[in-house]
Write a protein that binds this ligand. Structure first.
Ligand code: EPZ
Length: 426
């Protein structure tokens, strides 16, 4: 079994370069299916979720050519069947985007029901509501979801919940539908805007992305394109919080500072110095960390994908903090792991009350999901002693070269392979 081992206590110093945004990449790659030509996608993160999506496209018949570590060239014109029924699909929530892309291209899709991080129910009702308004009926059987439209036609969709996935999926289905689609109460995340810009670079007509009303006029053809993915807001935020947790001084490069505003504001509230430059931010912390309250919200609020990381930081703050996870039902599974390191946290439903302690202590812990794993690394970097983090496959899904990047900042961190055998003595 592979683990990450961290000897805590080193202050992070130096520069780290942020990779392309995972949640933009896993929406744009299915979007390539809609193209009638070759698409070259640049600044794509070399992470498991992206490579899994590329493998699925290849299995569907697309020609996928890796130009270099961060560039893929994909020819989707060989995809003939509107199906993505592989076991692979079940391993990633973003596979649901294949429904919208195949529906948009073929007016039909058959996709294995997706999996993904386990923090509460991850429904698809808003996705299916949008498809129905575009004229697509759906059925579920044998673990497959089938959506089909005789004539995919634009419509007026009002999302009951601000949903990133539903917004992405409806955009993918609507760009080639007949007529105009309006998505009300749309998600406004940076990766929604990036997807819209990618689709428009192929010749789509998507307006209003980044606001809560997105208007799409369907077009007949989408051409091949060359597109570079935005930097990852959550990866950047993770390194910002890690710099603060270790009392370090880190320049986080290749960022869009506007995407980091809510994270920057929260860190400043905690007494962390954040200086914004053209495409980087410098994060320093020398004094004590102040307690604060956090409520996760859809963009531009504080991102739920930064909730475990900021909670890890708050375990070392001076005073008692409240974290309100207002997006997901059960995104505190990592708390039990932090408590093994000496954190003092009590969880009641969507609220976590965190009493700051002077020091965390290294311990054997697990990564319960992607961002929880990042939180464990942050806690381990600041803790006294050694921390062993298991189930690191979750972390590798969304963070490119995470051990190498932290090591380059002076962290005492490494991957180790341990024999899983446990000798039971009588
Ligand atoms: C995306 O998940 C992200 N994943 C998640 O990031 C992120 O936490 C989430 O958006 C919120 O920002 C990707 O982009 C691949 P939602 P998604 O639909 O689309 C409810 C990470 O760490 N809902 O915005 O699945 C849902 O239960 C991952 O990178 C419905 O009720 O999230 C939740 O409470 C983890 N019905 C809320 O909406 C639906 O049909 C937000 O979910 C869809 C969602």
């Amino acid at each position: 079994m592979e683990k990450i081992v961290v000897n805590g206590g080193n202050k992070l110093k130096g520069n780290v370069t942020i990779s392309g945004a995972k949640n933009a990449a896993v929406a744009i790659l299915p979007g390539v299916i809609l193209s009638d030509g070759i698409c070259r996608i640049e600044n794509i993160p070399n992470i498991m979720d992206v490579n899994l999506m590329a493998t699925i496209l290849h299995r569907m018949g697309a020609k996928v050519n890796r130009i270099n570590k961060s560039t893929l060239e994909i020819d989707p014109t060989y995809i003939r069947a509107p199906k993505a029924t592989y076991d692979l699909v079940r391993h990633m929530r973003a596979s649901s985007y294949l429904m919208g892309a195949l529906l948009g291209k073929f007016s039909e899709a058959e996709v294995a029901l997706p999996g993904g991080c386990d923090f509460g129910v991850r429904p698809l009702d808003q996705h299916l509501k949008g498809f129905a308004i575009l004229g697509a009926e759906h059925s579920v059987s044998g673990g497959m979801i089938n959506v089909k439209a005789v004539n995919l036609t634009g419509g007026h969709i009002y999302l009951d919940v601000v949903s990133v996935g539903a917004t992405v999926n409806i955009m993918l289905a609507a760009v080639k539908a007949n007529g105009r689609t309006i998505i009300e109460n749309a998600a406004k995340e940076p990766h929604i805007v990036d997807l819209a810009n990618f689709l428009n670079s192929m010749g789509a007509d998507v307006r209003g992305a980044g606001t809560d009303v997105i208007k799409i006029n369907g077009v007949k053809h989408l051409n091949g394109t060359v597109y570079s993915i935005i930097p990852d807001q959550i990866e950047a935020g993770t390194y910002m919080v890690a710099a603060a947790a270790t009392g370090g001084d880190v320049l986080v490069q290749n960022v869009i500072t506007k995407h980091l505003e809510s994270i920057t504001a929260k860190l400043r509230e905690m007494g962390v110095e954040v200086e914004e430059y053209e495409d980087s931010v410098r994060v320093r912390r020398s004094g004590e960390l102040k307690r604060c309250n956090v409520k996760t919200m859809p963009h531009p609020g504080f991102p739920t994908d930064m909730q475990p990381q900021i909670a890890a930081l708050l375990t070392m703050a001076n005073g008692t903090s409240i974290v309100n996870e207002a997006v997901w039902d059960n995104r505190f599974r990592y708390v039990e792991e932090l408590k093994r390191m000496g954190a003092v946290i009590s969880v009641d439903g969507k609220i976590a009350v965190i009493e700051g302690v002077k020091n965390l202590m290294g311990a054997p812990v697990k990564a319960t999901d992607l961002r929880a794993g990042a939180a464990m690394i942050i806690a381990a970097l600041a803790a006294n002693g050694t921390t062993y983090i298991e189930d690191i496959q979750h972390i590798e899904r969304g963070y490119e070269e995470v051990v190498e990047k932290f090591a380059s900042l002076g962290a005492d961190i490494r991957r180790v392979y341990t024999d899983n055998a446990v000798i039971h003595t009588a």
